[in-house]
Structure formats: structure tokens, C-alpha cells
Write a protein that binds this ligand. Structure first.
Ligand code: HEC
Length: 118
């Protein structure tokens, strides 16, 4: 066998093997998972007491508006900026998180909320 051909073959195999790994480790996939993993830790610590560990809104019933069911279509259909505003500003029966959580942590928590199954 001619060595030039072997080299081209090895290059082609190495290239094919490298391609799928590159797209998996690409900009979007893993940072997103890392964000929602961070967000989960924050959610359990700060939000689950009211919203429930699964986000169903069954953590704690209050006088007045009950904690939102974050897995419901009503929440799923809201835009990121709507939900970020609510988390920043709070609601009746929900504290404001602006100043208690960094903007990045609030985005991490929202990234986690977006992964909650319906
Ligand atoms: C003391 C209880 C309490 C805690 C703690 C709490 N929430 Fe809430 N949350 C509520 C209540 C009550 C509502 C609904 C208010 C209403 O309907 O007016 C709500 C609503 C929301 C909404 C709006 C949902 C929608 O469909 O508009 C989001 C998003 C949310 N909470 C996220 C969070 C996050 C994230 C945390 C933790 C950082 C958190 N909440 C902590 C009580 C709480």
C-alpha cells in the first residue's frame, strides 16, 4: 500500500471521529447543562420551600396567592424576560430576589425551571 494513501486514510478517520465530539462539547450544550445544575442547587435552597422540590407549587400554602406551579403551561408559555422580572421584583407572597441572588444566579435558576417536566 502507498504511504500517501494510508496518511489520507488516517486523517479521514481522525477527522470523522473528532466531528461529533466537537459538536457535543460546543458552546451551547454543556454550559447550558452546567447552568441548570447550578440553578437546581439554588432552587432547592431558596425556592422549593414555596414552589415544591418539583416546582409544582406544593411546597407551602400561604394566605393569599399560592406559590405558582412552575411546571404549568401558564408559566411555560411566559417569556424569559417576564419570568426574570418576577424573580427580580417578587410578587405578593413572593420575595424579591434582586440583591439576594446575582443576575447570573437568577438566570441559572430560570434555566433550571425551564428543565422542569410538565
Ligand atoms: C415565600 C414563598 C416563595 C418563595 C420562597 C419563592 N416564591 Fe416564586 N412565587 C411565590 C408565589 C406566591 C407566586 C405567585 C404569585 C402570584 O400569583 O401573584 C410565585 C410566582 C413565581 C413565578 C411566576 C410564575 C408565573 O407563571 O408567572 C416565578 C417564575 C417564581 N415564582 C420563581 C421563583 C424562584 C426562582 C424562587 C427562588 C429564587 C421563588 N420563586 C421563591 C412564592 C414564592
Amino acid at each position: 500500500m502507498n504511504m500517501g494513501f494510508v496518511n489520507v486514510l488516517i486523517l479521514a478517520i481522525a477527522f470523522a471521529a473528532a466531528l461529533p465530539m466537537q459538536s457535543e462539547a460546543g458552546e451551547n450544550a454543556s454550559p447550558k447543562a452546567a447552568r441548570s445544575a447550578k440553578g437546581k442547587t439554588l432552587f432547592i435552597k431558596y425556592c422549593a420551600g414555596c414552589h415544591g422540590a418539583e416546582g409544582n407549587g406544593d411546597g407551602y400554602k400561604l394566605l393569599g396567592p399560592n406559590p405558582a406551579n412552575l411546571t404549568a403551561p401558564a408559566t411555560k408559555n411566559k417569556s424569559d424576560s417576564d419570568l426574570l422580572a418576577t424573580i427580580h421584583e417578587g410578587k405578593p407572597n413572593m420575595p424579591s430576589w434582586k440583591g439576594r441572588l446575582t443576575d447570573r444566579d437568577i438566570q441559572n435558576v430560570l434555566a433550571y425551571i425551564r428543565t422542569l417536566p410538565q
